[in-house]
Design a protein around this ligand. Structure first.
Ligand code: BGC
Length: 714
């Protein structure tokens, strides 16, 4: 008899339901329901899993209760959100997505896992794989941005990083692909609102990230809070039971989101907690996080014959198996028993600075005002986000709450010890007071450049943080106008640095600032990383993983849109356009400048006639015609112009990087497996269809900048 069979043979119903229950400790509150003291329940064996607990000491103390004092000694599974680093905060996921660097994504997840496991954790509720095309939605900050293909790359790297090669290793965490599925297109960008999308969009845009996570061996998965086309995901039989479990063969643990099972009542699909518990269990949800629906509801449902003990057992078995795979039965204290060496902590900080630097997107750099000239002796650092170290951490810091972070001001002062760096906030991040604007404007006099640090408070994005107008909050626009007017009069450049968990709608600023950096929220090393880029220590290389709208009314705006029968034509009234704003984004997906200047030439694609099993070899030559060494990210898109269904105007299929010294040239090689040119036909089945496909290569999804060649599928 296996260990799990032996344990299961002894378990009472309350002990079984304990294994299907996850409750929060007091450390962090991530939902509206707060748990009380769980210690007695752990000893009784009626709580088998915890969330929101940190620190090897407290974790081991709880584990000891379970292992040494409960009847069956089953270890606890303890998990926490690690959204962008555990103690060492890295850039928010949206920012990290813009590095287009698989190895970096994996490394930050690996380091976060090491740090979390060193504190006794065995599970993290990450990665977040919700594609978002709507910057109003606050959780955009936690995800991969707008593109489904990019999402698959991130999913694989993150699962590998968190889980490592062996789940039982003392530094491995069980990852959790969340939130399954299509949470991003919430109605009007409003958090927790209903989702109504086509089956095609579901399959083409929202499922691929999860498929990639499954292929990478993700151990657990979390359904979204939201409903999809009328069925809440926590009770979604067709997607959880029929697709995920039966078709994809996923036999890992499905953990509900926080209180989501009870929320089936407010969704209006469950009459009471018993009903809710039945719906979730039948759909395949194993662990009830924070609703206490399974412990309260399943005994009644069992008695009424609405669920079977076999259904409960199947879930218990999956939870116990995960605990076994994590090595918790063999040694429940293996995570958190050896303190981390100082060197590891230092290396992690260096990694945080590297990834932060690489995540910065230089959206504009007119007249090459950046990098700052070495002769710049006096800088005016203005704006409410200049001296805001706590804000640099970004939303949902998890265990990094009390860790330090560097502000722009501190980073610049450290990088330029001899410069005269003066600061005035001007205005608060939000609020109506503009009394400080005058002092900020006065700082421009005598300065060689103005750094204008604007944007959102960290908590304006993340969960429950939708914004109907994702623009500069409070009086920041007034500050920007006053400072830019004065700098203009003085003839000094204004470099605007934007902090946000989403693309912001800032057309005025984009037009009037001389340079514009998207610094998102870069984590603990933010200020140092920004200083590295401003001073030219590093060339910016980040690319935006989401299109930046010109107006909120353009949302959702994304490069993978489908064509229309009446494409935009300014000369033709009856074509697809707005009367008041251009169709194009302010900055396209993939846009981001460097300190080099790259010219693309000589696109080659081989072979030109392909079958499904072939691989395309694509190469392009790049010349750095600028005066500084820099790294360029090259994107590969495809366009299927004639198919049986309308195809996206562009589809991302690859990216590669090349570092070039000024005046030198080099080639970038990309490969594309032709099986990736299949699409979902009218019946939603994949087809590889003979015909022409365009291969497009360039620096962003902006069509004018792409080199193109046509190949033939046969
Ligand atoms: C969030 C999840 C998170 C959970 C636990 C919920 O509110 O939606 O993403 O994993 O809390 O912290």
């Amino acid at each position: 008899m296996s260990r799990i069979d032996a344990i299961m043979a002894q378990m009472t119903l309350p002990e079984k339901l304990g294994q299907l229950t996850m409750t929060a400790s007091g450390y962090a509150v991530t939902g509206p329901v707060i748990a009380g003291d769980s210690t007695q329940a752990i000893i009784d064996g009626t709580i088998g899993n915890l969330l929101n607990m940190v620190g090897a000491g407290p974790v081991h103390e709880m584990q000891r209760l379970a292992v040494e004092q409960s009847r069956l000694g089953i270890p606890l599974l303890i998990g926490l959100d690690i959204i962008h680093g555990h103690r060492t905060l890295f850039p928010i996921p949206l920012a990290e997505a813009g590095t287009f660097d698989d190895a970096l994504w994996e490394r930050t997840a690996r380091e976060a896992a090491r740090e979390g496991a060193a504190e006794g954790l065995a599970m993290t509720f990450a990665p977040m794989l919700d594609v978002s095309r709507d910057p109003r939605w606050g959780r955009t900050a936690e995800g991969p941005g707008e593109d489904p293909w990019l999402n698959t790359r991130i999913a694989r790297a993150k699962v590998r990083g968190f889980q490592g090669g062996d789940l039982s290793a003392p530094d491995a965490l069980a990852a959790c692909a969340k939130h399954f599925v299509a949470y991003g297109p919430v109605n009007a960008g409003r958090e927790y609102a209903a989702v109504d999308i086509s089956e095609r969009t579901l399959r083409e845009v929202h499922l691929p990230g999860f498929v990639a996570a499954l292929e990478a061996g993700v151990a657990t998965l979390m359904p979204a809070f939201t409903d999809l086309n009328g069925v809440p995901m926590t009770a979604h039989v067709p997607l959880l039971r029929d697709w995920l479990r039966a078709k994809m063969g996923f036999d890992g643990v499905i953990v509900s989101d926080y209180n989501a099972i009870a929320e089936l009542i407010k969704h209006g699909v469950a009459a009471d907690l018993v009903d809710a518990a039945v719906l979730a269990l039948k759909a395949g949800v194993d662990i009830d996080m924070m609703a206490d629906a399974y412990r309260k509801g399943l005994p009644v449902a069992l008695e009424q014959g609405r669920v079977t003990i076999e259904e409960i057992d199947a879930s218990v078995r999956r939870v116990l198996r995960l605990k076994e795979q994590l090595g918790l039965f063999d040694d429940p204290y293996r995570r958190g028993s050896t303190p981390e060496p100082e060197a590891a902590i230092d290396e992690r900080r260096a990694l945080a600075r590297e990834v932060a630097r690489k995540a910065i997107v230089m959206l504009k750099n007119e007249r090459d005002v950046l990098p700052l000239p070495a002769a710049a002796a006096r800088l005016a650092v203005v704006g409410p986000l200049a001296d805001a170290s706590t804000e640099m951490k970004g939303p949902w810091w998890g265990a990094g709450e009390h860790e330090p972070a560097t502000s722009v001001l501190a980073g610049l002062r450290a990088a330029l010890p001899r410069a005269d760096i003066r600061h005035a906030p001007g205005v608060a991040i939000d609020g109506a007071d503009d009394n400080g604007i005058q002092a900020a404007v006065a700082l421009c006099d005598g300065a060689d450049a103005v750094l204008l640090c604007l944007g959102e408070r960290a908590t304006m994005s993340g969960e429950a943080a939708s914004r109907a107008t994702p623009a500069l909050p409070g009086r920041q626009q007034a500050l920007a106008e006053a400072v830019i007017a004065r700098a203009r009069a003085l003839g000094i450049p204004v470099i605007a640095i934007l902090f946000s968990g989403r693309p912001l709608v800032v057309p005025w600023l984009a037009e009037h600032a001389d340079a514009l950096l998207a610094a998102w929220f870069l984590g603990r090393e933010a200020g140092h990383a920004i200083a590295d880029v401003l001073t030219g220590q590093a060339s910016p290389s980040g690319r935006t993983p989401m299109s930046w709208p010109r107006a909120v009314g353009q949302v959702p705006i994304y490069f993978g849109a489908r064509p229309t029968g009446r494409p935009m034509n300014p000369a033709d009234y009856y074509t697809s356009k707005y009367q008041d704003v251009d169709n194009t984004p302010l900055y396209a997906f993939g846009h981001g400048l460097s300190y080099g200047r790259f010219r693309y030439e000589g696109l080659e694609v081989e072979p030109r006639r392909v079958r499904e099993q072939d691989t395309l070899r694509i190469s392009v030559r790049l010349r750095n015609e600028g005066v500084r060494e820099a790294e360029e990210t090259v994107f590969l898109f495809v366009r299927d112009k004639l198919a049986r269904v309308t195809r996206p105007l562009l589809e991302l299929k690859g990216y590669a990087k090349l570092q070039l010294k000024p005046g030198t040239a080099g080639s970038v090689e990309l490969q594309l497996s032709c099986a990736e040119l299949r699409y979902l036909g009218p019946d939603l089945q994949p087809v590889f269809e003979p015909g022409e496909v365009e291969i497009l290569v360039g620096p962003s999804a902006e069509p004018a900048g792409l080199l193109r060649l046509t190949i033939e599928l046969c």
